[in-house]
Ligand binder design. Structure first.
Ligand code: PAF
Length: 305
C-alpha cells in the first residue's frame, strides 16, 4: 500500500510538507470523511486526486455530530477497507486521529454555530447536528491546510499551495453550510462539490443503505424517481407540481415522508414561487427526506433552468 496512515496533526503536517516539497506541489486537496467508505467517497477521492498534487483524506467519526450515544456506537468502523479504497484512488495520506487528538480537553466549549440554516430540514430532526459537523469540519480544514512547515510561504499566504476541500452533493444541507462557513468566516480554502453517485436503479449511495432489507431498498427508489420528475419539469420550464411528486412518494406504504421541498440553494429557504404552478426559472434545490422502514434516507436534486 502506498497510502500512509497518520494519526496526529503533527505527523499530518510533517508528511504533507514532505510530499509537497518532494513533488514541488502547487496544490493540496482534503477529503473529510467518517469512514465506512463507498463508491460515493471514492468519487470524492478520485476528483481530489485529479485536481491536486497531494491529497489527504480524513477518517474520523465525530462524536459532536451524533445526538445519541447508541447511534455513535453503531456507526460502522472499517479502517482497513477504507484505507484500501483510498489507496486504490491514489490518496497520499489518510488522517485517522483519535477522539483525544481532536478534542484533547474533552468536548470543546467554543463551537461553530450553524445558525437558522442548520435548524431546518435535517437540523429539525437532529438538533445540534450541524453545529457539531461544522465544528469538526473547521478543525479538519485547519489540520489539512498545506504549507505549514514549508519554506516560501509568507504571512499573506502568497507562495503557499492552493487548498481545496471536497464534499458530496448528497449531503446538500451540509455542503451549503460548509460553503457559508468558509465564506462568512474567511477560511482560505476552495470548497468543491462532487455530484451524488447513484446505483444503476437511481438509489443515492449512502452508508445507511446497508441497513435496508430488499423490500425497503426497492421502496426507497421512489425518492430518486420523485426527484427525477421534478428535475424533468424544471428542465422543461414547466411548473414543478410538487404536490403530485409528493403524492407519488406517499403512494409507497414502506416510505414515511418527512419533507420534500424546493429551496434556494444558498439560503435553503423554500422557493415561494416556481415550485407549484408557475413555470420554473432560475436555480433551485429539491430536497427530500424519508424513513424507509427503520432507515432515514435523504436525497436531493440541484435544479438549473
Ligand atoms: O459528511 C461527513 O461524512 C461528515 O459530516 C464530515 C463532513 C466528515 C464531518 O464529520
Amino acid at each position: 500500500m502506498a497510502i500512509q496512515l497518520v494519526t496526529t496533526a503533527a505527523a499530518l503536517r510533517a508528511e504533507s510538507a514532505r510530499l509537497l516539497t518532494r513533488r514541488r506541489g502547487a496544490s493540496q486537496g482534503l477529503v473529510p470523511t467518517m469512514g465506512a467508505l463507498h463508491e460515493g467517497h471514492a468519487q470524492l477521492a478520485r476528483t481530489a486526486v485529479a485536481q491536486n498534487d497531494v491529497v489527504v483524506a480524513s477518517i474520523f467519526v465525530n462524536p459532536l455530530q451524533f445526538g445519541d450515544a447508541a447511534d455513535l456506537d453503531r456507526y460502522p468502523r472499517t479502517l482497513e477497507a477504507d484505507l484500501a479504497l483510498l489507496d486504490a484512488e491514489g490518496v497520499d495520506l489518510a488522517f485517522a486521529p483519535s477522539v483525544d487528538e481532536v478534542y484533547p480537553g474533552g468536548e470543546p466549549l467554543v463551537r461553530i454555530t450553524a445558525g437558522p440554516m442548520g435548524e431546518k430540514w435535517e437540523g429539525a430532526s437532529r438538533p445540534g447536528h450541524f453545529d457539531g459537523a461544522l465544528t469538526v469540519v473547521a478543525k479538519l480544514l485547519h489540520y489539512g491546510t498545506p504549507g505549514a512547515g514549508l519554506p516560501g510561504g509568507d504571512a499573506t499566504g502568497a507562495g503557499l499551495p492552493a487548498y481545496r476541500a471536497y464534499f458530496g452533493q448528497k449531503d446538500a444541507q451540509q455542503l451549503a453550510l460548509v460553503r457559508r462557513m468558509v465564506e462568512d468566516l474567511n477560511f482560505p480554502v476552495e470548497i468543491v462539490a462532487v455530484p451524488t453517485v447513484r446505483s444503476a436503479d437511481g438509489l443515492a449511495l449512502s452508508s445507511r443503505n446497508r441497513f435496508l432489507s430488499d423490500g425497503e431498498r426497492e421502496a426507497a427508489l421512489v425518492l430518486s424517481r420523485a426527484l427525477r420528475l421534478i428535475e424533468e419539469r424544471a428542465n422543461a420550464h414547466e411548473p414543478l407540481d410538487l404536490d403530485s411528486a409528493q403524492a407519488l412518494v406517499g403512494s409507497q406504504p414502506l416510505v414515511g415522508l418527512d419533507y420534500f421541498e424546493v429551496v434556494d440553494p444558498r439560503t435553503l429557504e423554500p422557493l415561494a414561487e416556481n415550485c407549484r404552478d408557475t413555470p420554473f426559472r432560475g436555480e433551485g434545490l429539491a430536497l427530500i427526506a424519508a424513513k424507509v422502514g427503520p432507515v432515514r434516507l435523504i436525497d436531493n436534486a440541484p435544479l438549473n433552468s
